[in-house]
Design a protein around this ligand. Structure first.
Ligand code: MD3
Ligand code: FE
Length: 203
């Protein structure tokens, strides 16, 4: 069953297992239109995670900073629309966690190859911190770091596996978090990678 990992956060083990093949097929269609790319941070380094987006807004970073953009900087075209299946899965997960009526307007698609990681950070580029965030994991498992309100707070370690859904909000919305380097391996559906879908209300 669901595991409460913070006052406003729930890990729903395997909640997206049945939908995983359809979700992965959607990711493949979406990233044919808006390919995965390793974006640059404002400091000039390349992220190890490759990213794409779907929905009205997409999270991007380059030398000028982090922001939400309505168009893909690679093509100049709007990001592909959020598939109805994504909206349904994210809304249902949020509702089970006590956040009814969640309608994301941004879905960040993160692709981790072996060795890719995400340093401790806060998600604070959104306009409204009262909306929750929903995160869905596909493919290889990874150790997720769940920190506190200060960067120096020692993080808890959680294993995120294929089909797991994480919902956080309320008092946990601005907690530091990160992802340890992905260990090499092969997943039967996704192969040698992990994909994470992060659903947010950006505007
Ligand atoms: C808990 N992505 O894209 S999602 C990100 O697995 C990001 O790709 C990670 O962090 C990934 O910004 C983790 C899970 C997550 C995200 C944000 C949180 C958990 C969180 C914010 C506060 C508390
Ligand atoms: Fe994050």
């Amino acid at each position: 069953g669901p595991e409460q990992i913070g006052p406003g956060s729930w890990l729903q083990h395997g909640a997206a297992l049945d939908a995983a093949p359809a979700l992965f097929a959607e990711v493949q269609h979406l990233t044919a239109a808006a390919p995965f790319r390793q974006m640059q941070t404002p400091g000039g380094s390349r992220m190890s995670v490759a990213m794409s987006n779907c929905g009205p807004f997409g999270w991007v970073t380059d030398r000028s900073g982090y922001r939400y953009a309505a168009t893909d900087p690679l093509s100049g075209l709007p990001w592909p629309p959020l598939p109805p299946l994504f909206l349904q899965i994210a809304g249902a997960a949020a509702e089970r966690a006590g956040y009814p009526g969640f309608v994301p307007d941004a879905c960040l698609i993160n692709r981790y190859a072996p060795g890719a990681r995400m340093a401790l950070h806060q998600d604070k580029d959104e306009r409204d911190f009262t909306a929750p965030i929903v995160s869905l994991s596909l493919g290889l498992p990874v150790v997720f770091l769940f920190g506190g309100d200060q960067r120096s707070d020692p993080p808890a370690r959680l294993l995120l596996s294929h089909g797991d859904v994480l919902v956080w909000g309320g008092p946990d919305r601005l907690r530091f978090h990160g992802v340890m380097p992905l260990k090499p391996g092969r997943h039967e559906l996704l192969g040698e990678q992990r994909i994470n879908l992060t659903f947010r209300k950006a505007r």
